[in-house]
Design a protein around this ligand. Structure first.
Ligand code: ASP
Ligand code: MG
Length: 411
């Protein structure tokens, strides 16, 4: 008998029959004597529908009111699940964020959880109830409703699991786990049995489709065993856990790619103190997140600086950098939207210095030019021309031995 927190995503509760299916799964676990706490998303498409409604009325609706509205999606799904469980003869009770209570800061639409009152949930569990909590929402200390950012129910589930010291937090979704790369690109991508928190955090661009990345950081901090599973297919899923809990040591755990960035080069700026700040301060003031940055060795006291930013901010960033470039007498500002960032991630590469060289030579052998490189302890990223994204992912997936053994080389 265990205390289990399960989270079901929007597709898992998308319609009445699916809610019944969730109720049957929860009921079966309850029958085995487990204490069950269920966190739900809104029915799929609902949060988007609500957002559209508000934007039909005003282009920039107040964030406080957006949260009041967006929190309603989860109110419906939790009540429906409670009704489904009750109709099957179980004791079940649904709660909203403010009832539990999930206390957050007051940054509407992207609030952070500060504290969860576990007493009420524990009391209900003791009485034999399945406790169902609305994901994605909380309440600030002035009793305003807050939401945690898109995909925030994952974070609600992990935070509740941490507060209750649950034995496991299972996240049920429409995929059966975390793969070595995007199966849409590599038909021989393999599901990982286990992956470390750090690898999962670094695989954000791949994993974010499955888990809100903030939930992984939280799981790591509170050492919550996290398991990603499919609602629709039986299976063991992928366990996200501490590195020392993983016996099978791999060099590279996965290959990710990101085609949502663009790069900007500001050419021949004076190589003197304060220049980087003059370029990047106005970008940060405009809320533009800079990812990779390189500055080449200076020639005659001048250097080129190249960096990447989200494609969505490309125009705004170019305007800012052109202005800064004029002020600094830069030679030119060049932009390129046709880039992709391909990364290899794995804690094993910490002790294997040859991994970077192997990545570069693999790309080189395919005639793929590397425009930028960045490295961390467990991740190496290369910026390449975007038309080579799929090729790069496939050859790297093969060279690092990630393919399904029976399907080796079949891509
Ligand atoms: N319903 C919210 C969203 O669509 C939260 C979630 O599903 O996790 O972003
Ligand atoms: Mg989600």
């Amino acid at each position: 008998m265990a205390l289990i927190v399960q989270k079901y995503g929007g597709t898992s509760v998308a319609e009445v029959e699916r809610i019944r299916n969730v109720a049957r799964k929860v009921g079966a676990m309850r029958d085995k004597g487990n204490d069950m706490v269920i966190v739900l998303s809104a029915m799929s498409g609902e949060t988007d529908r609500l957002l559209r409604l508000a934007h039909q009325i005003a282009p920039n609706p107040s964030e406080r009111e957006m949260d009041v509205m967006m929190a309603t999606g989860e109110q419906v799904s939790v009540a429906l699940l409670a009704i489904a469980l009750q109709s099957m003869g179980y004791r079940a009770c649904s709660y909203l964020g403010h009832q539990v209570k999930i206390l957050t800061d007051r940054s509407f639409t992207k609030a952070r959880i500060k504290e969860i009152d576990r007493e009420k949930i524990l009391q209900d569990l003791k009485k034999g109830y399945v406790v169902i909590v609305a994901g994605f929402q909380g309440v600030d200390k002035e009793n305003n409703i807050t939401t945690l950012g898109r995909g925030g129910s994952d974070t609600s589930a992990v935070a509740i699991a941490a507060a209750l010291e649950a034995d496991v937090c299972e996240v049920y979704t429409d995929v059966d786990g975390i793969y070595t790369t995007d199966p849409n690109i590599c038909s021989n991508a393999r599901k990982r049995e286990k992956i470390s928190y750090d690898e999962m955090l670094e695989m954000a661009s791949l994993g974010a489709k499955v888990l809100q990345i903030r939930s992984v950081g939280l799981a790591k901090k509170f050492n919550v065993p996290l398991c990603v599973k499919s609602t629709f297919i039986e299976g063991t899923g992928t366990v996200v856990t501490r590195e020392d809990m993983i016996m099978e040591k791999v060099l590279v755990a996965g290959i990710t790619y990101d085609t949502k960035e663009a790069k900007i080069t500001i050419k021949s700026v004076p190589d003197v103190p304060g220049v980087a700040a003059r370029i990047f301060e106005p970008l940060s003031n405009a809320n533009i997140v800079v990812d990779m940055i390189i500055q080449n060795a200076s020639v005659d006291g001048k250097a080129d600086v190249t960096f990447t930013i989200p494609k969505a901010d490309y125009r705004k960033a170019m305007e800012i950098v052109r202005r800064v470039g004029r002020e600094m007498d830069a030679l030119d500002v060049q932009g390129d939207e046709n880039i992709a960032k391909v990364s290899i991630v794995g804690t094993g590469m910490r002790d294997h210095p040859g991994v970077a060289a192997q990545m570069f030579s693999t790309l080189g052998n395919e005639g793929i030019n590397i425009m930028m490189i960045s490295t961390s302890e467990i991740k190496i990223s290369c910026v390449i021309e975007d038309k080579y994204t799929e090729l790069a992912v496939r050859v790297l997936h093969d060279v690092f031995g990630l393919a399904e053994p029976s399907a080796q080389g079949s891509t």
